[in-house]
Design a protein around this ligand. Structure first.
Ligand code: FAD
Length: 465
């Protein structure tokens, strides 16, 4: 094990000029969040090193045809757990229009990066956009590929500096430690499945999988075994988020029946007009002794052969060796406004935790806030005041009946949060138009009518006429 300490370069150049207090900063992960974090840190004049475990930048948007076996990663300490980072399916198109998936000064709208000009492009287009962003922002030259961070902790005896232990493809043999002034954690949070514990799951004899492992619909295809007998797929999709809707639609084209179970379906239970062979149910009540699935609305129970959980992901930071930051019930905390642990602010931060918002925009705003807090151009309250604000946020969530596991889901106050972070870095509140586009996209996803992706432009023109 070798240890290096990072001196600052004699003159630090960023597009925004030298920061009042330039720092050496390690960014963990080169997905969309890590790339824009690095750009904002560079602009603020900091010296940046991005550690990326895989062989390329882009994170989630690098489609990986491999998938983890089920159960994947439920024991996150197990060898091979979460071996595959990505959770994209082959057919994936964005669920937000291009306009909401760019960065300031580097738009996804109005430019084509991989030959897919659609308003809701496929994943390759977004990946090519991120590649180009990394190059044109100057971040690519700061990324160390195949460099997995295995430990991040405060430097002994220097509470304010940080040790980052990382290794290359040589594994333990190649482990190295480096010291930085600050660490920004951007390791993504769509890898480790969050799987609900269904009542009676012990009675289940069929298959189970999570959307993390879903790539193509073929495994759900009816299979004719001989002239008379047919093995049919009857699939219960648990969860009705963007992935649940896409995947249910896709497998409904090949499976015998698809049953979607979600607590958000009460006003539209029954057959779905826009999909083949698909029914909406309320939550799964239990798996009966005979193995059939019962839903809580009391419809006839069904004999299914696969559970497909589209139930989201767990936050997971296996490399963090830091007192005072935990993941409890999928709440990462305590974190001041989802970014700074009060005890270690501003030198340890997290970019990209919030969901149910315009993610690329929140990555950028949070990153700018971190970059300026590190240089002293954005002032943070003291540790106690931040801790008290976190407690107050938790109290408000409790009072509103928001479950702990939804701590980082910004709905319904997503604009309030975005505007609050924007104000910390002197940016104006969100334009009403962006808010409307985002909320329209959410309504479209929920409508269970896939045609919105292709009719969006036309509808927009009509609305503006
Ligand atoms: P990631 O993209 O996951 O990047 C994290 C990076 O960190 C990875 O490259 C990983 O290899 C690296 N890493 C992890 N651990 C380590 C380590 N120990 N050391 C070094 N490197 C490490 N968002 C949208 O805005 N629009 C959409 O349409 C959309 N669709 C989605 C569809 C699906 C199926 C999924 C799963 C997500 C979707 N998202 C969408 C959300 C998506 O997660 C974000 O857009 C965004 O790409 C997340 O970026 P990130 O940088 O936070 O994480």
């Amino acid at each position: 094990l070798t240890t290096r300490s990072h001196p600052l370069p004699p003159t630090v150049h960023g597009t925004g000029g030298a920061a009042p207090m330039p720092r050496t900063v390690a960014v963990v992960g080169a997905g969309a969040a890590g790339l824009v974090a690095a750009r904002e840190l560079l602009r603020e004049g900091h010296a940046v090193t991005v550690f990326e475990r895989s062989a390329r930048v882009g994170g989630t948007w690098a489609y990986d045809p491999r998938s983890d076996p089920y159960p994947p990663c439920l024991d996150t300490a197990a060898p091979g757990a979460a071996a595959v980072h990505g959770s994209l399916y082959a057919s994936l198109r964005t669920n937000l229009p291009r306009e909401l998936m760019g960065f300031s000064g580097f738009a996804l709208a109005g430019r084509v990066f991989a030959g897919d000009p659609r308003t809701f492009p496929g994943h390759r287009e977004v990946l090519a956009f991120l590649d180009a962003f990394a190059v044109e922002s100057g971040v690519a030259g700061r990324v160390r590929l195949r460099a997995e961070v295995v430990r991040v902790g405060p430097l002994a005896g220097h509470g304010e500096r940080w040790t980052v232990a990382w290794r290359g493809e040589g594994g333990v043999e190649e482990e190295e430690e480096e010291v930085f002034d600050a660490v920004v954690v951007c390791n993504g949070h769509c890898t480790v499945p969050l799987v609900p514990k269904l009542r009676g799951i012990g009675n289940w004899q069929g298959k189970q999988m999570h959307s993390h492992n879903y790539r193509t619909p073929e495994p759900f295809q009816d299979q004719v075994q001989d002239a008379v007998s047919v093995t049919v797929s009857i699939v219960v999709v648990v969860g009705l988020g963007a992935s649940g809707v896409d995947i249910a639609r896709e497998i409904s084209n090949v499976a015998k029946e698809v049953h979607i179970a979600s607590r958000y379906t009460e006003d539209r239970l029954g057959k779905v007009d826009t999909f083949q062979n698909t029914w909406l149910h309320s939550e799964v009540d239990c798996i009966q002794d005979d193995g059939q699935v019962r839903f809580s609305e009391g419809s006839a129970s069904i004999a299914a052969d696969t559970f497909l959980y589209c139930t989201g992901y767990r936050y997971h930071f296996p490399f963090l060796d830091v007192e005072g930051v935990t993941v409890d019930g999928n709440r990462v905390g305590p974190l001041y406004k989802h970014v700074f642990p009060p005890k270690h602010a501003p030198n340890l931060s997290f970019v990209g935790l919030p969901v149910k918002t315009i993610m690329f925009q929140s990555f950028e705003l949070e990153s700018r806030w971190v970059a300026r807090a590190l240089s002293g151009r954005a002032e943070l309250p003291g540790e106690e005041a931040m801790a008290a604000a976190v407690e107050e946020d938790y109290r408000r969530m409790d009072a509103a009946g928001k479950p702990k596991r939804h701590t980082h889901a910004l709905m319904p106050d997503w604009v309030e949060y975005m505007d609050w972070v924007a104000a910390q870095v002197g940016e104006p509140p969100m334009e009403a138009r962006r808010r409307e586009i985002y909320e329209k996209a959410l309504r479209c996803i929920w409508s269970l009518d896939d045609s919105y992706r292709d009719s969006w432009e036309e509808e927009e023109e009509e609305e503006n006429r």
